[in-house]
Design a protein around this ligand. Structure first.
Ligand SMILES: NC(=O)c1ccc[n+]([C@@H]2O[C@H](COP(=O)([O-])OP(=O)(O)OC[C@H]3O[C@@H](n4cnc5c(N)ncnc54)[C@H](O)[C@@H]3O)[C@@H](O)[C@H]2O)c1
Length: 358
């Protein structure tokens, strides 16, 4: 159970920049492999993100139909991909539709996932799985009872560069992981239904948990509401883990510039994932050496090394993984249980922030 508490001049040595080729991490061996068959999948919600989901499903030959309560949004996807547009009830009643990809607004996720599972569909749902942890628990239970795949769109876990980073960390390339911080700042997309923490932080929390591989023993958070009372625009979450590793997640949709960066401080090396950089520079490993053993801290700085990572669109990798799981019965990397771990952190953070703001 998460709770708040617990913890509240050198030389420069240039080393050659060596490209380290990275193979597709063994952790997800089936990712993006051709599926046995392609499950017919309907896209529910055709707004800003749903349009991208629909495009990727169409490119994977899986888009079967679309639904949206906005006639304009629906018409665009129907025209673009030449698929039928229906209401949700019609799609759920269609036995030839095996799966749905839900990109409706976050407050509707719980209801849409529940209805889809009850109708016997496999479900991919955008983050967050639900806005309440107890609701998410009941959805995970329902998916298990119905024998259906439930996958949550923690997109960055399917970003080839993040996969490479997680793989490097797990294989010990960075030494023992000591601290991770992850920042996601932008101007927008500002939402009125959920706050910035529930909107943006699931991505970072999912990465942090994958990198550290432990369940946090405490979480605390501070939030700031500027635009709308009660809806946080800025949030800082602090995590502590049983082994002593710490992490920080900072998110804001009210920032003049865009920043999407995860930094891992390891005992042997530091890693920076910066999604704003061109592909070949998104991941940089620094073999800095810091020595405090003599009582006189010395820093031996190293030039960064950029591992070579095969380029691919994260959303396509993610949806390809979903289709593969539906076709083969494999459990997704970001299944319902992974989503519960992320939501536990969010709920702990929300409780902590509320207690400080009241
Ligand atoms: N993974 C990511 O990086 C990422 C990025 C952006 C958004 N998202 C997620 O995608 C989801 C949608 O976000 P968005 O920015 O596209 O929002 P949006 O408001 O642009 O789109 C939501 C769409 O859902 C439709 N809708 C509402 N109720 C519906 C219903 N009952 N049935 C069918 N359609 C319905 C709306 O008409 C609208 O077209 C959110 O859950 C958000 O968290 C994920």
């Amino acid at each position: 159970m998460l709770h708040e508490g617990g913890k509240a001049g050198g030389s420069r040595v240039s080393r050659p920049i060596i490209a380290e080729p990275i193979e597709r991490p063994a952790a997800y061996p089936h990712l993006a492999l051709p599926t046995v068959r392609i499950p017919r999948t309907a896209c529910i919600g055709c707004g800003y993100w749903g349009r991208k989901v629909a495009r990727n499903l169409a490119e994977l030959n899986a888009l079967h139909a679309a639904a949206d309560i906005s006639p304009g949004a629906l018409a665009e996807v129907v025209k673009m991909h030449d698929v039928p547009g229906h209401d949700l009830d019609t799609i759920l009643a269609d036995p030839s539709c095996e799966a749905v990809a839900i990109a409706s607004p976050a407050p509707m996720h719980g209801e849409h996932v529940r209805r889809a599972l009850m109708a016997g569909k496999h479900v991919f749902v955008e983050k967050p799985l639900a806005l309440q942890l107890f609701d998410a628990h009941s959805l995970v239970k329902l998916a298990r009872e119905r024998g259906r795949i439930l996958m949550v769109g923690h997109l960055l876990r399917y970003h080839p560069v993040v996969m490479a980073l997680v793989d490097l960390a797990r294989k010990g390339r960075l030494g023992a992981v000591k601290h991770v911080y992850s920042r996601r700042f932008s101007l927008g997309k500002i939402r009125m239904e959920e706050d910035v923490m529930w909107s943006l932080a699931p991505h970072d929390i999912s990465i942090v948990l994958a990198l550290i591989g432990e369940t946090p023993s405490y979480v605390s958070a501070e939030t700031t509401s500027i635009l709308t009372p009660g809806i946080a625009d800025i949030a800082n979450i602090h995590l502590g883990f049983p082994s002593g590793i710490s992490a920080r997640v900072s998110v804001s949709w009210l920032n003049p510039t865009k920043e999407q960066r995860t930094v891992v401080i390891g005992s042997k090396a530091h890693a920076v994932f910066d999604d704003i950089q061109p592909w070949e520079k998104k991941l940089q490993i620094y073999d800095h050496r810091v020595d405090v053993s003599t009582g006189q801290p010395t820093i031996d700085r190293a030039d960064p090394v950029s591992p070579v990572v095969e380029q691919a669109e994260p959303l396509k990798e993610e949806l390809s993984h979903f289709l593969d799981c539906v076709a083969t019965g494999r459990q997704p990397v970001t299944d319902g249980h992974e989503a519960l771990s992320v939501l536990s952190v969010l709920e702990g953070a929300a409780t902590s922030a509320r207690s400080k703001n009241s």
